[in-house]
Design a protein. Structure first.
Length: 195
């Protein structure tokens, strides 16, 4: 299993023994790591049936559902953390999902790919085509992404909605960076809170 830098950052942000909801949990790898290394109590929501079976193989609690409509049944602040890692750009109503996540979670961790990374900008400028990178490996016709945002766009969204960014961390394939993240980072991870 390949080590994922974003998982390391997310695990670093989560306190031991926390209640965690992972929206779009995929194969459940992150929830399994949180359970094993941080003694967290996690639940995942995933729409893909194959991924759900992979979660079950890892003994991860998972519910089949659509992120866009799965949060209304949860009570306020039921979870210590809600995770939306590489999910925001793939959902129909990201504003609603983020605000609902902040309602059901004390903190929300959002991980997003940076569509304005330098290599993407160069591909658009030089070749006039939708960029394909290691972090964004899809062609325009088979991408799961519905939204294309930058780290700067996400910060502005948080400011507009009165969401506090408690921590932000930025990743390249070689590790974390802090200099010019909107140009140089492939991925951003944000710890959010809203009173």
């Amino acid at each position: 299993m390949k080590k994922r830098l974003d998982y390391d950052v997310i695990m670093d942000l989560i306190k031991p023994n926390s209640r965690v909801l992972d929206l779009g949990c995929g194969d459940g790898e992150l929830l399994a790591l949180l359970k094993d290394k941080k003694d967290c109590h996690g639940t995942g929501i995933e729409i893909d049936e194959k991924a759900i079976y992979e979660c079950m193989d890892k003994e991860v609690t998972v519910l089949q559902g659509d992120i866009d409509s799965s949060l209304q049944d949860y009570s306020d602040k039921r979870f210590d953390y809600v995770i939306l890692n590489e999910s925001v750009q793939q959902i129909l109503n990201p504003e609603t999902v983020i605000m609902e996540s902040l309602r059901v979670g004390k903190r929300v961790i959002v991980g997003i790919p940076n569509f304005c990374h330098t290599s993407s900008r160069i591909q658009v400028a030089l070749f006039g085509k939708v960029p394909i990178t290691k972090w964004l490996p899809y062609k325009w016709y088979n991408t799961p992404n519905l939204r294309f945002l930058s780290l700067k766009d996400f910060r502005q969204f948080c400011q507009d909605k009165g969401i506090t960014i408690e921590k932000e961390r930025f990743l390249r394939t070689t590790g974390e960076i802090s200099l010019w993240p909107n140009l140089l980072a492939h991925h951003g991870v944000f710890l959010l809170k809203k009173e």
